[in-house]
Design a protein around this ligand. Sequence first.
Ligand code: NAP
Length: 263
Amino acid sequence: MKLLEGKKALIFGIANKRSIAWGIAKAFHEQGAEIGFSYGIPQLERRVMPLAEQIGVSFVEMADVTKDEDITNVFDKAAAHFGSIDILVHSVAFAKQEDLTGRFVHTSRDGFSMALDISAYSLVALTRQAIGLMSDGGSVLTMTYYGAEKAVPHYNVMGVAKAALEASVRYLAADLGPDGIRVNAISAGPIKTLSAAGIAGFRKMLRYTEERNPLRRNVDQDEVGRTAVWLCSDLGSGITGEVVHVDAGYHILGMPEPPEKWE
Ligand code: NAP
């Protein structure tokens, strides 16, 4: 028996084959889940459709998560298509490029609220709709990063948004637990994706973590996908409100190994 046999999952945030959401979709498919996709902008349809075909996904809908009417529309269509769902995956984030390059103190009011709206509030908005389709309990999963816990160069307003996202995970978990709905986050190490490319110095970040974390390598989308299976399947039935790090152990370090040249 596959771990997600008989489960229906709606996944938000597939942009292309590098997306973490695609790593999760492949792992869910391997474990027998029935899957639906939602993507953010019309231009991405040509990239998302071939991926959907690759794993037999027939439900593919566009939704801009800043628009309540888009969210309602996608869940109305999901209700008609699936009847009910068991899993919601939220793998969505955005901040203005200028807010991921300069000094944090220069973050504009508009940039701050946009990053928080798309990257944190959208989890609450999508979950509110999803629970209407989770007739037999369910599991909600979102994606976060260590920049929520500690200041990371250039991550800036996205770190603040991820902190709000992680707090939202805990509040949603407390709120929805009595209904049998679990809410968790995966805190992934840096992975080369479209969104990550917008963070200044991202290549250096990849190299820095690879050289210092306990496993001395970076993680990939497939490793995140396998952890998502664990959290969203019955294997994770006792886990809610948790942030699980899939970062080759980077977050446990109080101080990375000092460079040899200092000896
Ligand atoms: P990605 O492939 O670019 O995925 C980000 C997704 O967010 C895209 O599908 C994008 O769709 C969507 N999105 C942005 N604004 C949206 C909106 N208004 N409405 C609907 N969708 C919207 O990059 P990724 O790295 O896989 O990111 C997925 C998640 O993982 C994010 O939450 C990210 O912060 C998190 N994460 C990434 C890393 C990393 O190093 N890559 C590490 C830890 C956590 P459109 O492009 O169509 O708008």
